[in-house]
Design a protein around this ligand. Sequence first.
Ligand code: CO8
Length: 257
Amino acid sequence: MAYETIITETHGKVGLITLNRPQALNALNSQILTELIAAVNAFGADAGIGAMVITGSEKAFAAGADIKEMQSISYADAYAQDFFVGWEELTRARKPIIAAVAGYALGGGCELAMMCDFIIAADTAKFGQPEITLGVIPGMGGSQRLTRFVGKSKAMDMCLTGRMMDAAEAERSGLVSRVVPASDLVEEALKAAAKIAAFSLPSVMMAKEAVNRAFETTLAEGLRFERRLFHSLFALDDQKEGMAAFAEKRKPNFTNR
Ligand code: CO8
């Protein structure tokens, strides 16, 4: 598929997706949604890919949903189309996705970053849920995911005042996993993704599934789920190989079997 609003590349076993609507600070319109999901699904189906990175430009990861596209939508259409529900498909990706964020990640941009598995931020990153300034509220998980990331007080502060959080505050608050110099952002994210992609894919996918389960279930259920996944990994050659390689002081040769 030829894309117009994103650029895709492969770096070894890593799929890199760059949002590319510079004229609108990567505002998320319906075309970028369709293309991003197609790219993520294509990398998901590619046996040669073990992890993905989604990034934007130096100035903006994404400055939100496309305000100009949505400004005239009616309530009837928003409800009938279940407006924005399509973005949820990203969270069904089974291979890990890292968001590499520089510049603005606002509204839907912040929500898109939070739909990824973790966020690596450039020291220039700015996160915010400014929907309140437009007379609306977050529509793609901002009030829910941000609250789980940073807690009630800070999520309320962000959603009610619309203020931005810089990279240092985002790291302090648990929104991002690490902050790197802007010039190294994509390289650091690719390095992290390559590290993940070198492991046994089934164990990587199960680790992702297990951590995600922590957001949706009780501790007792989550612990049982984790234990069952853990048990199932002993059915794979890669568990034998990984443990044999440790005992024999050599690098494992994982086959994803
Ligand atoms: N939508 C459409 N166009 C945008 C957006 C946007 N969100 N953000 C920026 N642009 C456009 C501007 O209109 C401008 O276009 P033009 O040159 O044609 O006038 C161009 O991008 C450059 O922007 P600025 O000139 O404004 O650049 P500045 O450096 O002066 O300011 C800011 C940068 C502060 C980021 C500013 O552009 C801004 O405030 N943007 C809007 C931020 C915002 O309110 N985002 C929230 C949108 S609502 C939302 O996301 C709802 C989420 C629901 C779920 C969505 C799931 C995807």
